[in-house]
Design a protein around this ligand. Structure first.
Ligand code: NAP
Ligand code: ZN
Length: 348
């Protein structure tokens, strides 16, 4: 076994503490990654606090992992020692079901092995995430990361990047389209950068007036403060596509009404409570309401390559692991500009 160390929570109300655990010895197709940076996704907070009622403890969160390959198994062909590599939200899947074969491993019909708060495919061995110094993963579930980009800024692409890239691509967002991004946090700010890079006219819908200047720096063309309904009314029927990244309960009907003929709204945020949708919000203008979950390995690699070519990374605040509690508090308040990323050297 390989000795690893990280930070874990022992229960929904407990604080993060140093935690020692074991990673498996490298199999023939495994790589060992020395973790340099790990992003702090709001999903980490939901799960550390058992807000989705499915938490397994002790939990080492973290699924926005970037580091260097420090060892490779005998049959590894995709990576060599020293390569930059990443790990996203899952570390294995059955590889044989329809969804796995179609490159949607995140929806493996036998359930993918999530990077943390889950088990390996043996359904016994717990998985521990990226708030740690190293991780063992099958090379087929590791991503190639550009060595030219700053790894701290790349880490959030592994979840926030792919979660926003995938629906923008799936709904054909491009030039001449009006796109709304709801919530300017980790996912939202990546949604803005990506939609702008695809040629869309982007409007940010935010509860935080103080984020307007940043939104414009990120490339957004318009900024709407959602707390005042008179700001929203004139925009009815104007949008081709809206991406909703909000992590807390909010009214969906207000945003659906902004969609034009055949417009679509995609939900990626996961509030704790179900939302109410009025049938008329969908019937008018033949609107579509859809969801989207991260992305498969092939699409995640496509997104990383796209971001490398287009010089896109995340805006981050780098923190030592010892500040993780404060980072959670600030994220919950919407006070993150725009992703906390843990420098894993702070573990040493
Ligand atoms: P985040 O950084 O905390 O951003 C969420 C943003 O939502 C906040 O910055 C804030 O933006 C807005 N917001 C927060 N509370 C609000 C409220 N009460 N009313 C209205 N707006 C509010 O979170 P994140 O990491 O981007 O994640 C967002 C959500 O996506 C989480 O629920 C997470 O679990 C989920 N997620 C889903 C997937 C997927 O595959 N579908 C993947 C990753 C994450 P403003 O200040 O601009 O209003
Ligand atoms: Zn995430």
């Amino acid at each position: 076994m390989i000795q690893a160390k990280g930070y874990a929570v022992q229960g929904p109300e407990s604080k993060f503490e140093p935690f020692s655990f074991e990673r498996r010895e490298l199999g023939a197709s495994d790589v060992l990654i020395e973790i340099q940076y790990c992003g702090v996704c709001h999903s980490d907070i939901h799960q550390a606090r058992n807000e989705w009622q499915n938490s397994i403890y002790p939990m080492v969160p973290g699924h926005e992992i970037v580091g260097r390959i420090s060892q490779v198994g005998a049959e590894v062909s995709k990576f060599k020692e020293g390569d930059a590599a990443g790990v996203g939200c899952f570390v294995d899947s059955c590889r044989t079901c329809e969804n796995c074969k179609d490159d949607f491993e995140q929806f493996c019909q036998k359930q993918a092995a999530q990077t943390y708060n889950s088990t390996e495919m043996d359904r016994i061995t717990p998985t521990f995430g990226g708030y740690s110094n190293q991780i063992v993963v099958d090379e087929n579930y590791a991503l190639k990361v550009s060595a030219d980009q700053n790894p701290a800024n790349v880490a959030p692409l592994l979840c926030a990047g792919i979660t926003t890239y995938s629906p923008l691509k799936r709904f054909g967002v491009g030039k001449g389209q009006k796109v709304g991004i709801v919530g300017l946090g980790g996912l939202g700010h990546m949604g803005v950068k990506l939609a702008v890079s695809m040629g869309a006219e982007v409007t940010v819908f935010s509860t935080s007036p103080s984020k307007e200047e940043d939104a414009r720096k990120l490339g957004a063309h318009n900024f709407v403060v959602t707390k005042e309904s008179e700001n929203i009314k004139p925009l009815a029927g104007k949008f081709d596509f809206i991406l909703d990244t909000v992590s807390a309960a909010h009214d969906l009907n207000m945003y659906l009404n902004l969609l034009k003929l055949n417009g679509a709204m995609v939900i990626v945020g996961v509030p704790n409570k179900p939302a109410e949708v009025h049938a008329f919000s969908l019937i008018g203008n033949n609107r579509t309401l859809a969801g989207s979950g991260i992305g498969g390995i092939a699409e995640t690699q496509e997104m990383l390559d796209y971001c490398a070519e287009n010089n896109i990374t995340s805006d981050v605040e780098v923190i030592p692991i010892q500040q993780i509690e404060q980072a959670y508090e600030r994220t919950v308040k919407g006070d993150v500009r725009y992703r906390f990323v843990i420098d894993m050297q702070s573990l040493a």
